[in-house]
Design a protein around this ligand. Structure first.
Ligand SMILES: Cc1ncc(COP(=O)(O)O)c(C=O)c1O
Ligand SMILES: [Zn+2]
Length: 393
């Protein structure tokens, strides 16, 4: 197996860059760089049928991932998560094809494992000696364990009030934990400054090209799990946007390869009422988002007041005929109970927000009951058990 990575491309102006060195944003526009693969050659040389027989992790899609030498792959078995038929909730909503992509089963309990496995592997291949990362919490935990696995140091920066589980996984993996007064944007400023001073590689969301490549594998898996078909709709809890942007890119690559027919699914971005910059920008018809003041939500992964890749999230929503909507924290927590009691999935509040959004969009007629619909549960509820009240209290 070898990567068909060919070059990098500026998502603003389309300028190409070589992919042989560590790089962050595009030098031309200061925007997100996308990894581009030689899809013509890949389509000619490889059949989609090879993937099912490979080991059950996201690196089964190595041709569409950026690492050239297998020995640089830093893996804990991430990906290959189940696409569960949510038949009880589906029936109650009169839906025949409702699925939950259960990302809670990843190492460190969230989909962040995919992005950090990809980014840290590629940075290792390109000679990085150590890292910084700002995070709402879950990405830091994933960075800590993948760096431990790679034998490389990482300095993590997360808000003071990030979940305890995230702080503890960083401590366990012996990363340098820095708690920041403020939100992920404030953490980002510190992480970047330290990276510059100490010649470390900063892994901020979409400010390097390869975390999104790891996230893209969720799209490849969903298509494969549906028998190489596109779902109609994906409902996604959106913070910094790596998931939506990566998956949108992944579905497009499958179409370009001719491995799946049709159109990319409609992307629905769900945000928290207390931090909804993308929803406001979408509703205003804008191409970029205004930073959200005083961002507050129990869904820590959604507390991203000023996503760097706002324009790419908005493009993914508009190009696919999707939409964006915000839900209340209380609704997310109620949905955690519903998903666990009806489907047995202990979902995080971010993932549970997708069920609230689904019901609202069915109610307004914006989604159809017979659509093949996937709710992305981005992480495990085990990291958020203090939101659950009752027994013994
Ligand atoms: C559990 C969870 N869900 C969703 C998100 C949002 O991620 P993104 O929009 O970057 O894909 C995060 C980010 O921290 C998260 O931890
Ligand atoms: Zn450019």
């Amino acid at each position: 197996m070898t990567s068909y990575l060919d070059h990098l491309e500026c998502t603003q102006c389309g300028k190409d860059y070589p992919c042989g060195e560590l790089i962050k944003v595009s030098p031309c526009c200061g925007k997100v760089l996308f990894a581009r693969y030689d899809l013509t050659r890949l389509g000619r040389e490889v059949s989609r049928d090879v993937f099912a027989g490979r080991p059950d992790n996201m690196w089964r899609f190595a041709e569409l991932l950026p690492v050239f030498q297998d020995e640089n792959i830093v893996t804990l078995g991430e990906g290959a998560t189940p696409l569960l038929n949510a038949s009880t909730i589906g029936k109650s909503l009169n839906m025949g094809h409702l699925f939950i992509k259960e990302e809670g089963l990843n190492p460190t309990g969230t989909f962040k494992a995919r992005g950090l496995s990809a980014a840290i592997s590629k940075a290792k291949e390109l000679g990085a000696k150590g890292f910084t990362i700002p995070s709402a919490g879950n990405a830091a935990g994933a960075a800590a364990v993948y760096c431990a696995r790679a034998g490389l140091d990482v300095k993590v920066y997360m808000p003071q009030d990030a979940p305890d589980a995230n702080k503890k996984e960083c401590l366990l993996a012996d990363s340098e934990l820095n708690l920041v007064d403020g939100h992920i944007g404030d953490a980002g400023r510190q992480a970047v400054a330290v990276a510059e001073e100490e010649n470390l590689f900063d892994l901020s969301t979409l400010k390097e090209p390869y975390r999104a490549e790891g996230k893209k594998t969720m799209a490849l898996e969903i298509a494969m799990q549906l028998g190489w078909r596109m779902p109609d709709t994906i409902i996604y809890p959106t913070g910094g946007g790596t998931g939506i942007i990566g998956m949108h890119k992944g579905f497009r690559e499958l179409l370009d390869l001719g491995w799946v027919e049709g159109e990319p699914p409609k992307f629905i971005a769900v945000q928290a009422a207390g931090c909804q910059p993308i929803v406001k920008a979408f509703e205003a018809g804008a191409d970029s988002a205004e930073p959200w003041p005083n961002a507050k939500t129990v869904a820590d992964g959604l507390r991203v007041p000023g996503p760097f890749a706002d324009y790419l999230i908005l493009q993914a929503l508009r190009e696919t005929g999707g939409t964006a909507l915000a839900v209340e924290d209380t609704e997310m927590v109620d949905a955690m109970y519903e998903i666990a009691s009806k489907e047995g999935v202990i979902a995080c509040p971010e993932g549970s927000a997708t069920l609230v959004a689904l019901k609202r969009l069915l109610g307004s007629g914006d989604l159809a009951e017979d659509d093949v619909t996937v709710l992305l549960n981005t992480g495990s509820g085990y990291k958020y058990l203090d939101l659950i009240r009752g027994y013994g209290e």
